[in-house]
Ligand binder design. Structure first.
Ligand code: NAP
Ligand code: MG
Length: 472
């Protein structure tokens, strides 16, 4: 299907204070990274629009914060139903603006955030908004206006994990979606409106990070900034936000390890390699928790290389493997495939793959014998490139796993007790032991330079609450 035969998605209006109105900023074209053609066009927010959105969120806050929990839960249940009813529409939009193949678009990009919404409703109904401590009542109160700034890799999910827990808590939101993938956010605004969210609780202001994102980060009436994206921009946001001492939640990059222990059976080893390749290549390698370093016992390296090469061969570009988001990202990822990026001993164990003529594809690549201190082992690639590192012992494997400025995701494979023990020693916000599944209610966030704060479910609600102690 070429975009020549598909109608443009046109979004000429912004959603501010419960109304759709033309934006004062320039129009922006949205490219489909599969066809390299324009697939949508949006209006962007002017600084006046941003001011109006913050004012609307501030005005809506007291009443929304005072809404009984049961009412907010009822709203979120209606919203969940709307999302489920429009799941195919969302998947189609994500497929067009982000390039994920239709099945990935539906399962990863749409069904996962829907599961997060439902888990957040459960968490809201149980949430300890008040507790007793001696002569104190401990109250958790929503922080006020939350500015959400989101990246392009998961255009719906990255928005939902910020916005839905904030709205559940009783906070109000101004969203700036990524300029490369703003279309899903417009459909999300329509879903909030259809679920009868009161005016001003959710506001949409697309625009560039340097203008709209920066203004939100500086704004005195924004009480918290919740950002997902690159570590350099995260540092800038933290520094800017410090001027008003507003609260900051950061979900940044990762270089997540998948550790195979010396006691792993051959079956566990085979599963570990298969799951790690799949996880690393998911979404074209563009996930923040990508298991991009496979750490294995040195004496099983040859076996692992063979298994990894076979697994990688199944990721056919244009079929199972989607493209990168842009020409710029492709160039960045290709820089990691140059000789020397993985150190002097590094060897590429995948064979050359043909790429479609159009689209920002990169060959799925597995590099073995990677030097632990090389650029390839240390930096986030954000593309379908897996590094294999050899460990002399399980202690060595833990040291290699923790040899990173990042600490977002991780995996351990081996006998259950030993694997749980190693999971406790990894400096990372999430660890999956022997293939443990994604939990849509579990806290999500990073150690070290992968960020601060936690999203999703109970912890996501707590993240946008102040804590007050009332003595009597
Ligand atoms: P990015 O530059 O960090 O952008 C993320 C969001 O922040 C976008 O909405 C962006 O707006 C906005 N932004 C940029 N500069 C800003 C500023 N000074 N103040 C406020 N907001 C600002 O990320 P990217 O360019 O999309 O991706 C670059 C790299 O980030 C990737 O290669 C990858 O390593 C990493 N990344 C990580 C994640 C993750 O989930 N951890 C997700 C995506 C990317 P624009 O619309 O102007 O871009
Ligand atoms: Mg950028």
């Amino acid at each position: 299907m070429s975009d020549g035969t598909v109608e443009l998605i046109h979004e000429p209006k912004l959603y501010i204070d419960g109304r759709w109105a033309p934006g004062g900023g320039a129009d922006l074209d949205v490219e489909n990274p599969v066809t390299e053609e324009v697939t949508g066009r949006i209006t962007q927010a002017s600084t006046d629009d941003v001011e109006a959105a913050v004012a609307a969120a501030k005005k809506a806050f007291p009443a929304w914060a005072a809404t009984p929990v049961a009412e907010r839960a009822a709203f979120l249940r209606r919203f969940s139903e709307v999302l489920k009813g429009r799941a195919d529409t969302f998947a189609d939009i994500v497929n067009r603006e982000q390039g994920s193949p239709p099945r990935v678009a539906r399962a990863l990009h749409v069904d996962t955030p829907i599961a997060v919404v439902d888990a957040t409703i459960d968490a809201l109904e149980q949430f300890p908004f008040t507790a007793e401590l001696g002569n104190s009542i401990i109250r958790r109160e929503p922080v006020g206006v939350v500015a959400a700034i989101t990246p392009w890799n998961l255009p719906l999910h990255q928005v939902v994990v910020k916005v839905v827990p904030a709205i559940a808590a009783g906070a109000t939101v101004v969203l700036k979606p990524a300029g490369l993938t703003p279309l899903a956010a417009f459909e999300l605004a329509r879903a909030f409106d259809a679920a009868r969210l009161p005016a001003g609780v959710f506001n949409l202001v697309p625009g560039s990070g340097r203008v709209v994102g920066d203004l939100l980060t500086r704004h005195p009436d924004v009480d918290q900034v919740s950002f997902t994206g690159s570590t350099p921009v995260g540092r800038t946001i933290a520094a800017t936000a410090a001027q008003t001492l507003k609260r900051v939640t950061l979900e940044l990059g990762g270089k997540s390890p998948s550790v195979v222990l010396s006691g792993a059976s051959d079956d566990q080893l085979a599963t570990a390699v298969k799951v790690t390749v799949a996880n690393c290549f998911l979404n074209g390698g563009q996930t923040c928790t990508a298991l991009s370093r496979l750490i294995v016992p040195a004496d099983r390296l040859a076996q692992v290389e063979e298994l990894a090469a076979a697994a990688a061969a199944k990721y056919v570009p244009g079929a199972r493997l989607g493209p990168l988001i842009s020409a710029e990202q492709r160039k960045e990822v290709q820089s990691f495939l140059e000789p020397g990026a993985g150190g002097a001993q590094a060897v590429t164990v995948t064979s050359q793959v043909e790429l479609p003529e159009r689209g920002y594809y990169v060959s799925p690549t597995v590099v073995s014998r990677v030097d632990p201190n090389s650029r390839l082992a240390q930096e986030e690639v954000f593309g379908p490139v897996l590094s294999i590192l050899a460990a002399g012992s399980d202690d060595d494997a833990v040291a290699l796993a923790n040899n990173s400025i990042y600490g977002l995701g991780g995996a351990v494979w081996g006998p259950d007790d030993a694997a749980l023990d190693v999971a406790a020693r990894l400096q990372t916000g999430q660890v999956d032991v022997n293939g443990g599944a994604f939990n849509p209610g579990a806290p999500f966030g990073g150690y070290k330079q992968s960020g601060t704060g936690r999203e999703i479910g109970e912890y996501g609600i707590a993240d946008v609450c102040e804590i007050k102690a009332v003595q009597r």
